[in-house]
Structures are given as structure tokens and as C-alpha cells.
Design a protein around this ligand. Sequence first.
Ligand SMILES: [Zn+2]
Length: 329
Amino acid sequence: MSELHKFLFDGLPVRGAIVRLTDSWQEILRRRASNTEHGPYPAEVQSLLGEITAAAALMQSNIKFDGALVLQIFGDGPVKLAVTEVQPDFSLRSTATVVGEVPDGTPLSQMVNATNKGRCAITLDPKTKFPGQQPYQGVVALFDDAGAPLERISEVLEHYMLQSEQLDTTLVLAADDKVAAGLLIQRLPLAGVGNLAGSMVSRENEDQIGLNEHYNRIAILAKSLKAEELLQLDVDTVLRRLYWEEPLTRFEPLMGETGPRFQCNCSRERVGKMIVSLGREEAESILTERSDIEVGCEFCGVQYRFDPVDAAQLFTDAVLLQQGNSGTH
Ligand SMILES: [Zn+2]
């Protein structure tokens, strides 16, 4: 079962979180693999998508904000888009658009930053908006301050957190075909909080960036965690191995109904309504060319199929529904 654990280092200005996505991540991969048009993700795309999915869950857990967090990589290589959306209740979904070959071993920069034009965007879309309110969005390039392409998505996001939120952050991310996992360590701002929560950052906080010895020690330990360990070890073991000398306060883990879980708002019923809205003639013309009407969800990849009998049923139901409705008026 997918789980998210948050913790504090007692008496130190440092907090952390670990996420392990198992069933939710496997569902994302299963839906994509079942898509006959696209098929499963190439291994490197799978890693990228798993890592941003884990990272987005960690970031959502770390902000006081009631709305969706959307993390997008806009690529200029064979991967045009990798996107993950995490709701405040930790329901999540992810997808990627791949337009070219991605052989095993392709570096991140060649996948999404071939001409140094790739971008990473983080959008916070409030659940309730006042009229005219736009979602908050921060964007960073996929290269470092010296212009060298970044080869790990964790570095891109650390860069983002420092540049956009003035927060020292250390991320370790990993994903395979079973687990997408991440460890986040963050130095707490001295006063106020970052832009993500909408308030200004204090001068004192900026002065502290990169200087806090406790944060530095804890961050170095985090970076010693290997990808295989993050993927294979349970959360208690990871924390004991890294931080057995540090006093930790741990919070109740989020799992099951309160934890990270897959959810997409697509459904066979919705797709059926869309087909009805096309009209019977259009639906029949599609069915003269192919054996069924097939509609893929752009957010999760799952395909819904309607053969001629299903399609005819949709229109019969629609007519009956209409007659029923007009009968009551
Ligand atoms: Zn869907």
C-alpha cells in the first residue's frame, strides 16, 4: 500500500518526508501499458515519471495549500511532456507524452532538454478561487546556474525550491516498475514561509541559505541513500539507517484512504456521453472504418471501447433518457 511519512528533527530547523508509491504507481503503469496505441513507457520515461510523481506527493505534503499541485516537465526531446497532479487529499495521477525513441540509458537531458529549452513548471491551482484569480505557477529551466544541463530531476526540483521558494531542499528520488519513492529534507525558514504559501520570505532566511550546519549534516546523510535502498527498504529501516543518531519526531503515516492513491476522473459513462454528443451519424461513420470506437483518457492512458452494439445502446439510452426527461416537464 502506498504511504507517506512526515517527520521533524527535534530542536533543529529541519523537516523531512518519505513517500513510497506502490499500488498507486503500479496502477499508473498498468493503465498506460494497457493502451494499445501507446503501449508501456520506455524504462527511462518510467523512471522520470515515477520520480516526479513521488516528488509531487512530497511537495504537496509540505505546503499549506488547498488545491491541486501539478508538476510538469515540458521537454524539447523525445519526451514532450511528463505531468503529475496531486490533490490535497493525496489522490494523484500522472502521464507522459513520448514522441520518439528513448533507448535504455538515455540521459535526462537528451529526453527532455535536447536543445536546453526544456522547462519544469509547478502549478498550484486553488480549489476555491476568487473571481479572476490565476493559479500560481513557478517555472525553472533544466540547466544549472552555469548553463550545464541537469541530469537528475531531483536537482531540477532542488534548484526550483531554492530559486522560487528560497528553501534549501534535498531530494532523493527513484522509481522502477513496482515502486516510485522519494525522500525530502528541507530547512525550515526562520520566519514566515516560502512563496508556495503566498507570503514573503524574510531577509534573515535568505542569509541563512546554505549555511545551516544541522541542515547540511542531515542533507549529506540523505544523499548517501542509494536508489536501490530507497526502492527496497521499508520507511522505518531507511530512517533508522540514516538518522539513528538524530532525535526524530514522526507523525502518523498517511496511507490507505488518507494516503497517496491513484485516482483519475475518467469513466466509461463520461466517454459514453461524449460519444452521444458526437451524434449518431458521426459514431456510425467511425464504426464503418473500424470495429469499435476507442477513446483513450489523456490523463491516465486507459482506453474505453464501444463496439457497434455498445454504441447503439448508448444512443437508445440517450433517447429513452430524453423521453423520460421531457415526460416529467
Ligand atoms: Zn483517466
